[in-house]
Write a protein that binds this ligand. Structure first.
Ligand code: ADP
Ligand code: MG
Length: 416
């Protein structure tokens, strides 16, 4: 084990520990005692399978070693009709949440993610007594690494711990998704919440978006890491174009007489070309080849064939750039520059596109050098300062702390 590899792993392991410490000490400062419970849930990147979830295909998310972490305890100053008081360190805001979920205007947007989860738990008769809590997070907000799902799943895990009762994991992921739909107003798929719930620190998750099942893909070779490179740009096109792509895919599926484009085999692409106009065909070709690449990449990762997995990532990017047209010059620059660096197996944009993050499959021993060099050449090329970090799978949601006398008969809750 070489020195820089040691760095990545120890620093990241230590990172959750220090995040927990920060949540606990802020809780203590704010509310005057130690917290009784601490939970955490990870952000994620999608390794491959982009713009595939709404086409019923396969995605391959990996949890990252960046987490939302919540410290909580019984309310220091209980107030009738109040459910909880929440302080977000990230936003430096303290908000009281009432039990009647009055949707009146003043609730800050970020509280809605938490309220939505509490409301979902409430419907399942999981009602904690009034509590205080502190939210800290090492997942960058709004960067496509799913700080929102991390927050939701950390909240659901907190309610589980406080109520000494465990949700069915799939139900838990769906409950968090529903919170994001109905309370935050974001019509997201299930992947992010699913990854945060089902994540493992040695596996990727190959998720079938049609039936919402998954198989784990072992990714436990410490000599390979993911490098996340944030281009630090976000073009406005994203929301409109996302809606447009969804509509195009659904049109193409109608023309081809299939339920969704997942049902089109690579071998049927020639036939599809004769039935679709030029632009609709290119959208279809992306979805069909990307679904195949996701399945292939899962196998190559199982086989530790990093070269093949990396090539698939480059191919994915090219397909998203030219066929699906959801990339942007900054993402393309990052990928092109990454491709020239040694220690890089592959790279692609990740997330919806038009900015956000690129991901690189790299040799762990080269990760720091690759990150620094990519940031340098990206800055020289675009004038923009990118940010980066290296990560291995971050594991799923977990309880980091709970009262010593809790857990009798509830040993099914995981401890770290
Ligand atoms: P992403 O999930 O890609 O980070 P989203 O826009 O889906 O981006 O979610 C980001 C939103 O989630 C934030 O604007 C905020 O409302 C909420 N959020 C996430 N983490 C925190 C946090 N630590 N404190 C408060 N709000 C948070
Ligand atoms: Mg999100």
């Amino acid at each position: 084990v070489n020195a820089s590899l040691g760095n990545i792993e120890t620093d990241m392991g230590a990172a959750l520990h220090s995040l927990q410490g920060r949540a606990e000490s802020i809780f203590c400062e704010r509310f005057g005692s130690d917290p009784s419970w601490v939970t955490a849930a990870p952000g994620r990147v999608n390794i491959i399978g982009e713009h595939i979830d709404y086409n019923d295909g396969f995605v391959l998310p990996m949890t990252i070693q960046r987490y939302a972490c919540i410290a909580a305890g019984p309310a220091a100053n209980p107030s009738p009709g109040r459910l909880c008081s929440i302080y977000s360190e990230t936003l430096d805001e303290l908000v009281a949440v009432e039990t009647d979920y009055d949707e009146s205007a003043t609730t800050p947007g970020w509280v809605r993610y938490i309220r939505g989860v509490l409301a979902g738990c409430d419907q399942l008769d999981m009602r904690p007594d009034e509590f205080d809590c502190v939210v800290v997070s090492s997942v960058p907000l709004g960067g496509g690494l799913s700080s929102s799902a991390a927050l939701e799943v950390a909240t659901a895990t907190l309610v589980e711990a406080m109520c000494n009762s465990k949700l069915d994991p799939l139900q838990k992921a769906r409950l968090c998704q529903t919170a994001e739909h109905d309370y935050a107003g974001v019509p997201c798929g299930l992947m992010d919440q699913y990854a945060a719930v089902f994540g493992s620190d040695s596996d990727l998750i190959l998720m079938d978006c049609r039936d919402e099942t998954s198989t784990n893909v072992v990714f436990d070779d410490p000599s390979v890491s993911l490098l996340v490179f944030d281009t630090n740009v976000k073009h406005d096109l994203a929301t409109d174009e996302y809606g447009a792509r969804r509509a195009e895919c659904s049109n193409a599926a109608d023309v081809l007489g299939v339920q969704s484009l997942r049902d089109v085999d690579v071998a049927r692409l020639d036939d599809a070309q004769s039935k679709l106009d030029e632009s609709l065909f290119r959208r279809t070709r992306h979805v069909v080849t990307e679904t195949a690449r996701a399945l292939d990449t899962a196998q190559w990762i199982r086989d530790r064939n990093w070269a093949a997995a990396g090539e698939a990532m480059y191919a994915s990017h090219e397909s998203l750039r030219s066929d699906y047209e959801v990339s942007c010059p900054e993402l393309d620059a990052a990928i092109e520059l990454a491709q020239k660096l040694s220690g890089v197996y592959g790279a692609r944009m990740t997330g919806g596109g038009f900015g956000g993050c690129a991901i690189l499959l790299v040799d762990s021993s080269a990760a720091s050098k690759v990150g620094a060099e990519l940031a340098r050449v990206y800055k020289a090329d675009t004038g923009i300062s990118g940010m980066w970090f290296a990560t291995r799978p971050g594991g799923g949601a977990r309880v980091l702390r709970r009262p010593a006398n809790a857990g009798d008969g509830h040993t099914d809750l995981e401890f770290e």
